[in-house]
Write a protein that binds this ligand. Sequence first.
Ligand code: SF4
Length: 251
Amino acid sequence: MNKGGDTGRSTKQRYLDTMGILRWQLREPSLPENVQQADEETGVPALSVSPDGDDAGQEITEIARLDWDALRSRVSECTACELHTSRTQTVFGVGNQNADWLVIGEAPGADEDAQGEPFVGRAGQLLNAMLLACGLKREQVYIANILKCRPPNNRDPRPEEVASCEPYLMRQIELIQPKLILAVGRIAAQNLLQCDTPIGKLRGRVHRFRDTGIPLVATYHPAYLLRSPAEKRKAWQDLQLAMQVVREAAS
Ligand code: SF4
């Protein structure tokens, strides 16, 4: 509710209100002391993608050379996994190709499959609000998913689907060279970090994305936050940590 005393509130506060985060929670978090040991503690390995066999290796090598237009075109025609049979269209990704922030989610849902854009619908609106709370418009970041095609009935991605689709995301990461990867949701975080650690233990600390060294912060998926608004406070802590990482990378 907008009370009289709120007329002078900041843009950031308005978006925090949208997220459902209370004012008293607006405190600078201290960087976890164990940031550097995060991977040891969670058991997250620092691995790089390795192709399965010569054909896969050649495919990955080809994809790794594509520019944005060729990559988008390649994805739009992709039939590398069975998800191509049920998709309406591929969902390549959207945003600033020179972004500091790369937001990576799980896979397209029904809205995304229909519109061809990641994070639309209610969850997308909440993600936009989360970004605005960080001072970022949606167009300033790049948003992508682990999978470019919608799994039927929104089931979890299968390992072979993730493996087939990963070269596209890896190329996007290489082209963008973000200062930060924000992994939203369990599926994104676990696949990017190649572990099965619960999201509650992956969030709240800084990881490194495999051998790229790019800082990675994991947080809850907006769709989960819509169902569990009490967790928004933790998501805001994660975003503050992410902002701190980008600030430090720029200094
Ligand atoms: S999910 Fe990825 S690998 Fe599978 S068909 Fe779609 S673009 Fe290709």
